[in-house]
Every structure is written in structure tokens, then in C-alpha cells.
Design a protein around this ligand. Sequence first.
Ligand code: GLA
Ligand code: ZN
Length: 702
Amino acid sequence: MSTRPTRLPSANRILYGADYNPDQWLNAEAILDEDLRLMQDIGMTSVSIGIFSWTALEPRPGVYTFEWMDALMDRLHENGLKAFLATPSGAKPMWLSETYPEIRRVKPDGRRDPSGGRHNHCPTSPVYRTAVQRINRELALRYGKHPALALWHIGNELNGECHCDLCRRAFQDWLRERYGSLEALNLAWWTSFWNQTFTDWSQIPTQSRCIDALPVDWLRFVNDQHVSFLENEMAPLRELTPEIPCTTNMMGAHPTSNYAQWAGVLDCISNDCYPLYDDRDTNGNKFLSTDFTHSLMRGLAKGDPWILMECSPSSVNWGKINKLKRPGVHELEVLQAVANGADVIHYFQWRKGRGGYEKYHGAVMDHEGSTRSRVYQDCARVGKILQSLQPVAGSKTKRAPAAILYDWESRWALKASAGPKQSRETDLQMRACSEQFRALRQAGADVDVLPVGGDFSRYRMVITPALYLLTPETAGRLTAFVRAGGVWVASCLTGYVDANNRCWRGGFPGPELRKVFGLWNEETDYLHDDERILLNGELFNGLESAVASDIVEHLHAEGAEVLAEYASDFYAGSPAILRHALGEGWTYYVGARLSEDAQRAFYTSLLEDLKIKRDTLPEGVFRKTRTGPDGPVEFLFNYNRTPVTLDTGTETYLRTATGETLSGRFQLKPYDSLVKGLISTPSSLTRQPTESHEHEVLPVLC
Ligand code: GLA
Ligand code: ZN
């Protein structure tokens, strides 16, 4: 985890902007004037530039054409806009990838990517690392002192695997370093199974379906490569511009990128978030999934503000179904990020390009080119709202009483293991985390999400959904937390394997956690999708929908108190949920995947037992609080697509969409967003953005 203090591009100010690609419009320079004017019109403060501009900046090796970027940086500054200047490594120049095929990524089947595409460089290639450092150094020399420069945006959505010979050899070296000897590696990887024993380092491949430790180490290696690639990129920037923070845009709980590790080398956390709007989502679950992602970002940032580097003001174009965001949704999503600690909101992107894969992706400026579009008007209102929220900028988010621990390595180990139901296809760990986050939020708890290595010592309750890979170190930290008075809630698939994906001996949960939980998990039943196991227990009284599905563990109490039992199949009467006292604290173990209602009933009763404050808002209505200069600033959202009646008594809220103030009993509109604690400028929110040139139809410039 990071030991670097958070450094944001602009402390104590909310920034609002977008990815901006004027290099696609160099033959239509007049558009730049329009863009700058309109950006200010809607209250934008900053733009991410140069993300895919390598060839525009260096069309031939060592030949630089910085003039357009010089002009852009100057114009941004003249217009009061800040630049998040990207290093252009996200897309390789053709001239480089044609000359040096080694920089092109190799797929698992051994095929090398053709030149072109993006996010597909080899992270090991010394040629690419050198070329990236060179262009980065040029950028830092040229723009390091430019007053518009506020942030280095390193590459773009760095991710993925390369299976080339360079990467394979680097992996073998990495393993040699980690294990010291082939004997140690063979033992750790259990390679005598199916005669997979390696007799030379050079035999080790980058993938295997029969050695289930290999994919876990491979992804550790891949992450180390990405981190060292980032460090390589940042070296000249940190040398020449130590005062400018560096970040790279993450992708939420990305399946193979261990961002807990990445966070350690960055100056601030930034994320791209594209929830696909789905109007069949009747219970707001989509928004809760986004809350999970934002909470993870808060966790990575240790409660400090973070950057929403990309989101769409409208639909995306890459989904199977790309629905337009219904009225209120865009605004709600932006405020949801701010409520969760984002101090920067940037869209992808400012203006739709005319061609290429993303020409139908939502953007602030549409192809039509006027300011009358619904999206433009929405963005303009969001600009005003963000302006009025400036006082919360810089504030840390309040620590919640409960924290979910999220673990990339458990996710990898589960996926690599054949056995737990369809684990190769289903992301069981991720699913468990998001389901339990949702249940806790629906039960009224405020919840943080921390990477498993994070500091959870000051929480009242820690939840570890499917912490399948459990090291003695983590088990020790969690046990100490319980002994000191904490509450540890574990769920099915806890403590099956060690760091090498080898099963713990001595009975699950391991390592040696049977005494901690007071139980033994003898067997695991993986059910057909449509099967249900009944549950029995006071917790579920009168709740017909309380059932278990999918994964059911056959448990035995060994000192723990049984809170609920299975009530069907051959394990009827055996424990499903148990509680155990240890030191000053308690452990809870939930042995099956519970239905949504059962999960919620469990957490509701747990929160009540622990006297943890529960929010009792109507179904689908959620609250999140930040701090302003005069105390808490509360955000209240209706995640439902239907209206909901709310009674706030004497408390007054501001409806951000209209600037109305509301109190007592009133109706929340579908996807409504309210704010309490900052009601200084309601009237400015109702003002139309483009008074002087309202609904302007601009000339077609290109
Ligand atoms: C990612 C990329 C952007 C753009 C958007 C589209 O987040 O970083 O360049 O492609 O997706 O949704
Ligand atoms: Zn490679």
C-alpha cells in the first residue's frame, strides 16, 4: 500500500473537465476557439490532453512537432484551464512498432499483434521502455514549467498480458528471484501432479491449466511489470518536474490489475467509471455496484480525495446495449462520485470525433455542434452544481464503521482453481464482494472497501467475502483484530488455499482458523443454478425468500454458536451461520451464498446486535456524507427509476436539478439527487448556462 501522501492536481478545488483531443482537429483550427469558449461556458476547469498523440508529437524518430501542443498549452492557460498532460504510451507509433516488432504484444496463442491498436504494448520490451522515457523527457523539458500543467496522466488504462519471449524470460527470472531454486518452485507449485516437474527454468511457460499456482504467480509478475513500466515512465517526470503529481487511470476492480500495489507508486488515485445504464434495473443495484467501485477508490486513496478521470455524460458505444442515460442519471452519477470523495470529474470526452471506433460514444459536444443538445445542457448544469459544491473539496471521507476487504489474489486463485463451481468462468470473489456490499448498504450500513493489505484495525466490523487465498500473515492480522474487540464476518470459500493456491491442511478454514471461527468446513456442495437450499433460524423468521444457492458448505460447530441451519437436503440441521467469541471480539461465518433477502436479514440483525447505526431510508434511497467548512454535507440519492416518498422533517435539502429547497414530506423523483448542508446558491442552479448564446447553432467548422 501507498506510503506516498496524496497530491492532487489542484488541492481544495473541485475540477471539472474532459478528455480533449484537438489533435484530431488540426485541420480545423477554428474549432479550438469554439471549444475553449464553450468549455468555460459550462464551467470546465481542466482537460486531459495528448493521450494518444505520440505520432502527432513525434512523426518520425527524434523529429518533434510540438507546435500545436505549444499553442494548445498556451491557449489553455490564457483561458484559465489546467492541463492533465498525458504521456502517449497508450498507443504506439506505427513507425516504432514496424521497426521494432518486439514492442507489439503477443497473445496467449503466440500470435503477435499487428502494428496499430492501443493498450497493446509489451510491458517488458526495453526498446519500448526507452522510447517512452525519451518522449516523456521531451514533454517534461518542454512543458514542465508551463503554467497550465497540473498533472501527469501516465499512459492510459494500462493493463493486460503479453506472452512474448521477452516477457516469458522475465517471468522465469522473476520466479528464480522469488523461489531461489527449481526445487522450491516445484514444491510450491505442486508440479509432481501430472508430471509437470520443471528441470530447467527455461521450460516454464506463461500459462497452464494444470498447474493452478502458475496463473497466480503470472499475474503477480504481470502487475510487477506494469508497476515497473509506470516507474520507468515517471522517472524523467519526477526528475524534471517533482512538483507535478503523477497518476494513471485505473479501471475499478479490474480483474487482473492489483491496484493496491499500483497505488504505492502514484501520487493520487484516479479511476475511469462507465456504469452501463440499464432501465430494467428496478432496485438500484447498478448504482450500488458503482458505489462499490467508488468505495474501493476511497480505500485505495485512504479516504483522501481521488479523481474520476473518465465517465460518460451520455451512453457509451462499446456495450452490447448502449442505452441513453435517462434524465437525472448523469447528474446522479457525477454527484455520487463527489459524495464518495472524487474532487475531479472528467468526461470521456469533450467532442465526438468524426471517425474511428468511438464516433458514437457520448461526449459533451455532439456531431451537430450546437449547445442545444440535452447532453450539453446537462453538462452545463453539472458544472454549476460542482461550482456550488466547491466547499467540500479536499475533505477526507468519513471512515465507515464497517469495511469489506477486497482481494485480487483470492480472485486469481479462485479463477485458476478447477473445482469451486465454474470458478474458471465465474468471478466468484468479485461476485461475493459486490453482493455483500449491496446487502450491507441495503441494511443501512455505511461501508468502506479496502484492499486486503489495508489498515482495518480501527473498524468495528470487517467483512471478508470469499477470502479464498488466506496467508498466515493476513489470518494473523484478522485474528488480532478480533482479539482486540473487532468483529470479523467471513463467508463461504474462506481460507481454502495458501499463497501458492495449495489447499490448507488440517481442515478449512485455514490456516488454522477453525479455532478462530469455532467450526469445521467439512465439504463444499456446488449446486445447479436453479437449486435452492432452505434456511432455518430466528434471523429468517417469516422470510420465505431466505434460501441458499450455488455454494453450500457442510459445516460443523466446534465451539461456535449456531445462528441458522440448513433446512433441506442431506445437511438439513447442520449449521449455516455461526458466531464465535474470541478475546474481546467475535467472528461470524456464513457458510453459503445467501439469497439477497437472507443476506440483508443477516446484516440487519448483525448491525442491530453491534449497535452500528443503520440508515432507515426508503428502499433504494441512499445517503453519503462529505465535510464542508461548516460541517457535514449530505448527498441523498434516489437510485430507483420510480418516485419515492420521503419525510425529512425539518431538515432542508436542495434538489440539484432545479435548485428547489425541500423539507417535510415530499416525493423524490426517479434518479433524484439532493444535497443538504450547502444551500447557499440554489438560484444559480436554475439559471440557464448559455445565456448570451443560448442554444447556439455553431457553424460547421470541418
Ligand atoms: C476508456 C478509454 C478512453 C475511451 C473510453 C470509452 O476509458 O480510456 O480512451 O476509449 O474508454 O468509454
Ligand atoms: Zn512481452
